[in-house]
Write a protein that binds this ligand. Structure first.
Ligand code: TNX
Length: 539
């Protein structure tokens, strides 16, 4: 064979289809402990009640009932005391969940006549709800009534996450996603226990969050221009495919925060500075160096075949007082709108800013965020700046791991891991995928790359306890609207969810693919678009 330039294994890829799937519960991410008990399964029926014990049980019980009603057609009232046949009981309170795993852990027992989810917190119980959901037939995901046996196998599960941060980033700046699409993206990820939504709200091509004029406004900036002008621009792919324009009002943003919270997710807003700021420079004349003419066009760079657009060509001016005035006013408003503890200031790819200017600006921004009582997050380029002690997070995507370790060891920073080859969803996931980047992996970044890595041992010299977790990144140069966002994200986002949830010793790619093979029908019934990667025997 060698003489023909082929290896036997290359032929085997085409000759032998993937092994037939073994029977599996199909739970994703894999729980810490699952015992299958056999015997008569649990059956949901038209008289089943969802029993909420404890004030914290109301929200997860309501979530479960809303999930089960459309496909079953059953009333499934949420009640305060246990009664009736085959109840589903949700019991929330201190000490109810797995010991030492209060925040997000849960216990789930499915018996023939009763389901019990117990947890310390509402979010822990919600995680139990997401697991229970996967034990029912896939038709549960239908939005119209289906006649199906609503059974779940008997199990005893104890479960909790490896990392507190299992995130996904959505780049709404290059191409906008209206609120209903953001909600649908949340729906598709929450079922896999993704619990952070990082919104990349600003970039060269657009500004997506409406702000008010602050009371103190020395430069007389019209903050409305940010969205009036740069909410109306977006990135043009290959010079032909326009991105989606638009922006969130403060009410829209509040609704996203609320909906994310209902799904167990914390929103992390990103205002990218001092680079990636052309949309702000274009909209706000005062931000530009005196005498400079604001660019008339936002950077509508084309996207070459490897999927990378032009980046790093814009910068705020370190020597202008307006820069600091603007950043403070913007960050103050974003902090006030955001109940979660984090504010992301980007800090990536400031290629036209000197190191001294970069450091001066980033130090001012991070100090401002600390003074607002928030923890600052930034891309790893900012790891070497004077990060607020014990109050900063470095999000690694590519580059200098030593600087990340130094930030952890010298500044008490924590780490979010988004290594491009392992988490960047605009990269091709399969050679059959016609469009997609190839720079991160020198080719395809398949499902295996997103699964087979160890976030706890990724940064040399950084202990697992200093890793907050993992995050997938959906950059928007050429991805348009929800359908494409899901098509690039799934199934790899499920691999990221498991990398963040399941103990390393229990993760196995072959086992993951077997469990995942069952999810195709579920994703299809619920209308989540996914790329049917050749690694999985979908059924
Ligand atoms: C680099 S990753 C960027 C983004 C691009 C992405 C993909 C990072 C922090 N910055 O501006 O969208 O590559 O091309």
């Amino acid at each position: 064979w060698a003489g023909y330039g082929y290896s036997i294994s290359e032929f085997q890829i085409w000759d032998s289809p993937p092994a037939p799937p073994a029977p599996t519960l199909g739970l994703l991410p894999k729980p810490v402990s699952v015992q299958e008990n056999g015997g008569t399964p649990y059956t949901l029926n038209r008289d089943t009640r969802v029993v909420a014990l404890g004030a914290g049980a109301q929200a997860p019980a309501g979530y479960l009932a809303r999930l089960l009603r459309p496909s079953t057609g059953y009333a499934l009232p949420v009640v305060g005391t246990e009664a009736g046949p085959a109840p589903i009981v949700i019991d929330v309170g201190p000490g109810k969940g797995p010991a030492g795993q209060g925040a997000e852990g849960y216990k789930l027992t499915v018996a023939a006549g009763r389901v019990l989810i117990s947890a310390d917190t509402p979010n822990g119980a919600l995680n139990g709800v997401q697991t229970l959901r996967q034990l029912f037939p896939q038709w549960l995901e239908s939005d119209t009534v289906v006649t199906a046996p609503w059974t779940a196998p008997t199990v005893t599960i104890t479960d909790y996450p490896r990392f507190p941060h299992r995130g996904m980033m959505l780049d709404v700046a290059r191409s906008f996603y209206p609120v209903n699409e953001v909600k649908a993206y949340i729906d598709s990820a929450a079922q896999f226990k993704i619990n952070r939504l990082h919104l990349h709200l600003t970039d060269d091509q657009g500004w997506r969050i409406a702000l008010d004029d602050p009371r103190s406004n020395p430069s007389g900036i019209d903050y409305g221009l940010l969205t009036e002008v740069s909410g109306g621009t977006a990135m043009t792919d290959r010079g032909t495919e326009p991105g989606i324009t638009g922006y969130y009002t403060k009410a829209d943003y509040a609704e996203i925060v609320r909906y994310a919270g209902e799904n167990g997710m914390t929103v992390i807003p990103e205002i990218d500075m001092p680079g990636h700021t052309n949309a702000a420079l274009h909209a706000v004349p005062q931000l530009n160096t005196a005498g400079a003419r604001p660019q008339l066009q936002p950077g509508q760079s084309t996207v070459p075949a490897n999927g990378t657009g032009a980046v790093g060509y814009s910068s705020l001016d370190a020597n202008s007082d307006v820069t600091y005035e603007f950043a403070e006013r913007v960050l103050t408003q974003i902090a006030a709108m955001t109940p979660g503890p984090y504010l992301h200031i980007g800090g990536d790819e400031a290629h036209v800013t000197s190191h001294a200017d970069y450091t001066k600006m980033v130090n001012a921004f991070t100090q401002k965020i600390a003074s607002l009582g928030k923890t600052v997050v930034g891309w790893n380029e900012y790891a070497g700046t004077a990060l607020p002690q014990n109050k900063a997070v470095v999000q690694f995507w590519t580059g200098d791991l030593t600087a990340v370790a130094n930030a952890v060891n010298n500044r008490g920073a924590k780490v979010i891991l988004s290594p491009a080859p392992n988490t960047y969803v605009p990269q091709k996931q399969d050679s059959r995928q016609p469009q997609g980047g190839t720079w991160a992996c020198g080719g395809v970044c398949g499902l295996d790359r997103h699964y087979n890595w160890n976030p706890g041992a990724f940064v040399p010299g950084v202990a697992e306890s200093n890793v907050l977790g993992v995050e997938s990144a959906l950059w928007g140069e050429f991805i348009r609207r929800l359908g494409q966002a899901q098509y690039y994200s799934f199934p790899r986002l499920i691999a990221t969810a498991e990398a963040g949830w399941t103990p390393q010793a229990q993760r196995d790619y072959a086992d993951f693919r077997t469990r995942l093979s069952k999810a195709g029908g579920r994703l299809t019934v619920q209308g989540t678009n996914f790329f049917p990667t050749a690694d999985v025997a979908w059924r």
